[in-house]
Design a protein around this ligand. Structure first.
Ligand code: NAD
Length: 490
């Protein structure tokens, strides 16, 4: 067992630079609250400023030459060890996240800590398998293509998956020989800041894996830094656009963007009804709807609509009963992350009702009088151009519409700037495959929706993203091909 020393009674409040805990040189601090009751958790969390970012970049630059030459098997062992240590300390890490995120352990905490560890292991397996290419030499030149690391890289992550996102970004960055600086969300900084004992015990040298807590200003310093060569970002579309702009204006650093969604689930008359209801309800209520690929638009064919909506409504309404104190074992759904998110989600619901954007089928109210709990909510008959139909709400709110034909539903599904995930529910495999190819979307589920796999590319088309995480694509995104041409006639 490692020397993991943190808990909600002993929170980590220092930056991780060069394998040391150091105080921020910036006098500004972050304040975080517990969303279950609105109480103050801490008002002295470091907000890394320019001097801190420079110190981390310098340490990373210094570490890079030796790190990129480290034997792949050693990098593999370190990543595997880190994964094991994360698993061994999963409950403590979960507690550090839950105290400001509010997501219960059983339904989310365990899932995302395991996702982090599994992603690290998946990438560990690639360290000695991510080969390059070579091309025929009959023209007198041998062509060898090497996948080379980029140097100092950064990961800027959101609050909704504060531990899972670490594995998705640090895993491929470190496996391919980059140094990596993590910037967790200002709303969920503690799990990331607690990692130093585990990073050291896993054997990572100083400067290879560092953590800077901070807000958007810290993220902006990394995105515009002249010596950071890549930013892998997960968050909202407006921030993603700013990051791409900062990358272009500074040093043309490489950018991967994992952004928002408004994912459609298309339910045909010939589906397995139980299966379609289960997936679509889980997909909008899980993590209280704070999931980028949540099935927030549900399109149901006319013939099955009455049966579907009855079951969907009942099941969504029942989920309200599972919402409550995230510390209680029986709780499945927690509060929204903070006051701002609560106001955003309830604002959408309020305007949806007041402006007759649709018919409120179930939910729509705050639960309790403290904390940021919002009932799972469904609107039916929503107007096509309404805000609740078109915008990402990022809470437990779905909209349902009916359709007659395939053509009509595909037009509706694709009439959006988002393109993260889509799902189709039918027992006709030909139709399913046809629809899957027609979705403008980075990911498609057939008889399932709102899920991800470590081995396969994860990401969105259109404004839902640029590039992909997970699978071999993540390794490609953290490396650059170098072509070496050998004159064979010399
Ligand atoms: P956000 O864009 O507000 O913040 C994300 C991160 O960016 C945070 O760490 C924040 O500090 C940082 N940031 C903010 N302003 C910045 C700036 N100007 N420069 C650099 N960094 C800056 O997003 P959020 O509210 O934390 O997360 C919710 C959003 O994330 C939703 O839109 C959701 O759909 C999206 N998301 C996408 C995925 C995906 O994989 N596609 C996964 C999870 C969440």
């Amino acid at each position: 067992m490692s020397a993991f020393e943190f808990s909600k009674d002993k929170l980590p409040k220092q930056l991780i630079i060069n394998n040391e805990y150091v105080d921020s040189k910036n006098s500004k601090k972050l304040t975080v609250y517990n969303p279950a009751d609105g109480s103050l958790v801490a008002d002295d969390v470091p907000l890394a400023g320019e001097a801190d970012v420079d110190a981390a970049v310098e340490a990373a630059e210094k570490a890079f030459p030796a790190w990129k030459k480290t034997l792949p098997s050693k990098r593999r062992d370190m990543l595997n060890k880190l994964a094991d240590l994360i698993d061994q300390n999963a409950k403590a890490i979960g507690e550090l996240t839950r105290i400001t995120l509010g997501a219960p352990w059983g339904s989310f905490g365990l899932f995302e800590v395991s996702l982090c560890a599994e992603t690290l292991r998946y990438n560990a397996g690639w360290t000695d398998k991510f080969g390059g290419e070579s091309y025929p030499q009959e023209d007198g030149f041998m062509k060898i293509v090497r996948n080379e690391p980029l140097g100092v890289t950064a990961g800027i992550i959101p609050w909704n998956g504060p531990v899972g996102s670490i594995g998705l970004k640090a895993g491929p960055a470190l496996a391919t020989g980059n140094c990596f600086i993590l910037k967790p969300s200002e709303k969920t900084p503690f799990a990331a800041l607690a990692l130093l004992p585990l990073i050291k015990e896993a054997g990572f040298p100083p400067g290879v894996f560092q953590v800077l807590s901070g807000d958007g200003s810290t993220g902006a310093l990394l995105a515009s830094h002249m010596r950071v060569r890549k930013v892998s970002f997960t968050g909202s579309i407006p921030t993603g656009k700013k990051i791409q702009e900062m990358a272009a204006k500074s040093n043309l650093k490489r950018v991967t963007l994992e952004l928002g969604g408004k994912s459609p689930a298309v339910v045909f008359d010939d589906c397995n009804l139980e299966n379609a209801v289960n997936w679509t309800v889980n997909a909008i209520t899980g993590h209280s709807g704070q999931v980028c690929f949540a099935a927030s638009r549900v399109y149901v064919q006319e013939g099955i609509y009455d049966k579907f909506i009855e079951k969907y409504k009942t099941m969504v309404a029942e989920r309200s009963k599972l919402m409550g104190d995230p510390e209680a074992e029986s709780t499945v759904l927690g509060p929204l992350v903070d006051k701002a998110q609560f106001e955003r989600v309830t604002g959408f619901i309020q305007r949806g009702k007041e402006q007759n954007q649709g018919t409120l089928l179930t939910g729509g109210a705050r639960l309790g009088d403290k904390g940021y709990f919002v009932e799972p909510t469904v609107f039916t008959d929503v107007k096509e151009d309404s805000e609740i139909h078109r915008d990402e709400i990022f809470g437990p709110v779905s909209v349902v519409r009916t359709f007659k034909t395939e053509e009509e539903v595909m037009k509706m599904s694709n009439d959006t700037e988002y393109g993260l995930m889509a799902g189709v529910f039918t027992q006709d495999i030909n139709k399913a495959m046809r629809i899957a190819s027609e979705f403008d979307s980075g990911m498609v589920g057939i008889n399932c929706i709102s899920l991800m796999m470590t081995q396969a590319p994860f990401g969105g088309s259109k404004q839902s993203g640029v590039g992909r995480e997970a699978g071999i694509n993540a390794l490609r995104a953290f490396t650059e091909p170098k072509t070496i041409m050998v004159n064979m006639t010399y």
